[in-house]
Design a protein around this ligand. Structure first.
Ligand code: IMO
Ligand code: MG
Length: 423
């Protein structure tokens, strides 16, 4: 049985903490899309862990954590992440971590290309995390990428593939700006990546076989989404998106399983909205309200440290995300944060080219929010049930459930995993 955890907004909804909960029941947790553009923080007994590539289950060594082929891996960053966790007493071995041999590898040239493409776009830049994600997926689709299996294969073959990849990019560059590809550079690059292969070799395996074998044994598996519905390159606000499909069906493709196994799809959202990078944001508050949400919600990127753009909750987006992902439950985070406002606004429709609509159109930037106002001012201290938050919070949560048509299963009322009301 498979549970999928997906983001319903523009990322940073708190997928890590929900996944950490689901992990309690799951025997295996799989990261399926994106790379170290993700920043998932998990707080356990007051101790905070910031994860970028590893699934949040890694802090529970009795669970199997898997990085599947849909993920793009920067091996240097992955080794650092493993090393840091090990130095904090977390045991990581091939017994509790598997990395797909089919996953594509982020190379230094991809980081350069990420910067280069952003600077070419000028005003139209995406505002990427600069981690080389887009260019790596481009090379994957362009059929010139390097995979994890190449790092543990024949050196000659790796060298040939690296040379080909750099040559390919040089052919599309202006001759003054060529990427270095001389013998010395290639040898060093090959040494570096071969060395990563040696260090990670024990973890590299056919994760598709591993996951499907676990399914046949009746194990419970959680697919941990990264990024989000509106960063999905098909569904999101193209071109202000990431270069993968982080929706529920995309996670199945990224893990290599059939959708028939999925029984639950949990959509993670915040009680307000935030976005990093460029792109439309109809409910954005470029004012004191936005500043207050940012300050109260600590809305600064886990990956890049960038201050996040903040605004009111947009339920039209969540309803759309419910359809796109086939959500079966919602997890609403930062209910404590939004409760600090005496008046809370929620977008329940858009004015769009003279009409009222309730879906996310291709030109999201032309949508003007229609708001409904709620009374806030609730306290979450010591609460263990929704009722403990008081009638205004109950009204707010029930409205979300009715509007989206999906039950709220988790209510986040603080950063620690313990500060979660489970319904
Ligand atoms: P988690 O998993 C928030 C955004 C970037 C940028 C766009 C493209 O923490 O929710 P990319 O580097 O992927 O090419 O950038 O996508 N982005 C995220 N924003 N959280 C994330 O992941 C993100 N991953 C990518 O800010 O706007
Ligand atoms: Mg993030």
């Amino acid at each position: 049985m498979v549970t999928v955890i997906v983001g319903t907004q523009w990322g940073d909804e708190g997928k890590g903490r929900v996944s950490n909960f689901e992990t309690k029941n799951a025997e295996m947790v799989v990261r399926c899309t994106g790379g170290n553009n993700a920043g998932h923080s998990v707080v356990r007994d007051g101790e905070r862990f910031a994860l970028h590539l590893l699934p949040s289950s890694i802090i529970n060594p009795d669970k199997m954590s898997v990085i599947a082929h849909g993920v793009v891996i920067n091996p240097k960053v992955l080794l650092q992440e493993i090393g840091e966790l090990q130095s904090r007493g977390i045991s990581i071995s091939p017994k509790n971590l598997a990395i797909s041999n089919r996953a594509h590898v982020i190379l230094p040239i991809h980081l350069q290309l990420d910067q280069f493409q952003e600077s070419l776009k000028g005003d139209g830049k995406v505002g990427t995390t600069g981690r080389g994600i887009g260019p790596t997926y481009q090379d994957k689709a362009g059929r010139i990428g390097i995979r994890m299996c190449d790092l543990v294969g024949e050196r000659d073959a790796l060298e040939k593939k690296l040379a080909m990849l750099i040559k390919f990019h040089n052919m599309t560059m202006n001759s003054d700006e060529e990427f270095v590809c001389d013998e010395h550079y290639l040898r060093n690059l090959c040494d570096e990546y071969e060395n990563y292969g040696k260090k990670l070799g024990g973890f590299i395996t056919d994760t598709t076989f591993l996951i499907n074998s676990a399914l046949k044994e009746g194990k419970k598996i959680a697919l941990e989404g990264a990024q989000s519905t509106f960063l999905d390159m098909d569904i999101g606000n193209y071109p202000y998106v990431t270069s993968s499909n982080p929706t529920a069906s995309g996670t199945c493709a990224g893990a290599g399983i059939g959708p028939i196994h999925v029984e639950e799809v949990i959509g993670v959202m915040k009680a307000y909205s935030s976005r990093v990078g460029e792109g439309p944001f109809p409910t954005e508050q470029k004012n004191k309200t936005g500043d207050r949400i940012r300050a109260l919600g600590h809305e600064y990127g886990t990956t890049t440290g960038r201050p996040r753009r903040c605004g009111w909750l947009d339920l039209v987006m969540i309803k759309y995300a419910a359809d796109v992902n086939g959500l079966t439950a919602l997890a609403v985070n930062h209910v404590d944060t939004i409760g600090k406002f005496s008046e809370i606004k929620v977008c329940v429709g858009y004015k769009y080219h003279g009409k009222e609509i309730c879906y996310v159109p291709v030109d999201h930037e032309n949508c003007k929010p229609i708001y409904k106002t709620f009374k806030g001012g609730w306290s979450t201290i010591g609460a263990t049930t929704l009722g403990d938050l008081g009638p205004d919070a109950v009204k707010f949560i029930h409205f979300i459930e009715d509007f989206v048509g999906i039950p709220v299963a988790y209510i986040g009322i603080g950063p620690d995993a313990k500060q979660t009301i489970i319904q």
